[in-house]
Write a protein that binds this ligand. Sequence first.
Ligand code: MF3
Ligand code: CO
Length: 253
Amino acid sequence: MVIIKSPREIALMKEAGRVVGLVFKTLEEKIRPGMSTLDIDTIVERTMLDNQCIPAEKGYYDYPASACVSVNDTLIHGIPSKNIIIKEGDIVSVDIVASYRGYMADACRTYKVGKVSERAERIVRVTKEAFFEALKLVKIGNHIGDISHRVQEYVESNGYNVTRDYTGHGIGSHMHEDPTIPNFGKAGTGAKIEKGMALCIEPMVLEGRKDTRVLNDGWTVKSRDGKLTAHYENTVIVTESGYEIITMYEGEE
Ligand code: MF3
Ligand code: CO
C-alpha cells in the first residue's frame, strides 16, 4: 500500500533530507586516501546526531553501523570497518538514511578517491546520469515502470548491467515502503505516480555481469565477477508540477 505524505510529513522528511545533504557535503570535503570505511561511518553518525537526526540504518534488521560504505566491487551494504582502508583510485559509495522526528530520507553517492581510472570515472558518471534520466519521468499519471525501464535502458545502452536482486522503494515513517522501484522493467506497468508520493530512485550498476553475492557477514553485496559497481540515490517527492529532490545540498552537482 502506497502512503501519500501530508504537507506536515513532507516538511519533516525535507529536514531529514537537508541533513543527508549536509553529510554528503561534509564527506565531499573529508574523504581521502588512508581513511577507513569506519572513519566515514563516524562522520556520518556525528553529523546526523549533531543535527537532531538519527542514523536510521543502525539497528535496522540488526545492521551494525550508521552508513553502508561500499568500495569498488562492493555494490551495496558494505559494513564499515577499521580494517577497510580506502586508497587513491577507489570508488566508494556511501548510502545513508537520516530520521528526523520519525520521518526519513535516504540517499547514496559514489565518491571518487583522488585520481581514478577512466573505467571508474565512467561507471560513476553513467550511474548518476541514469538517476537523472529516470527522474524526467517522475510526473503525476506516469507509472513506476517508466522509471524502472528508463534506468535499465540507459545503463544497458552504456554497456553495463543493473542488479535484479535489489530495488528502490517508497519511504516515509518507514525506510522501505511501497512502491517497489526496480532498476529494470517495462514502461507503462506498476503503480501510477501520484502527488505526495516519496520515492527512492537508486540505480545500482555493475560493470560486468549482473550477478551478485552476499558475504558471510550477511550484508556485504559484491559483484560475483569482481568487476566495478556504482550506486546513486536520492529521495524524491512527487509534486503538482513534477518532483522535488530532498537529499541534495545547495550547489551540489
Ligand atoms: N539505504 C539502503 C536503501 O537504499 C538500505 C540500507 S540497509 C540498512 O534502501 F540495513 F543498512 F539499513
Ligand atoms: Co534506498
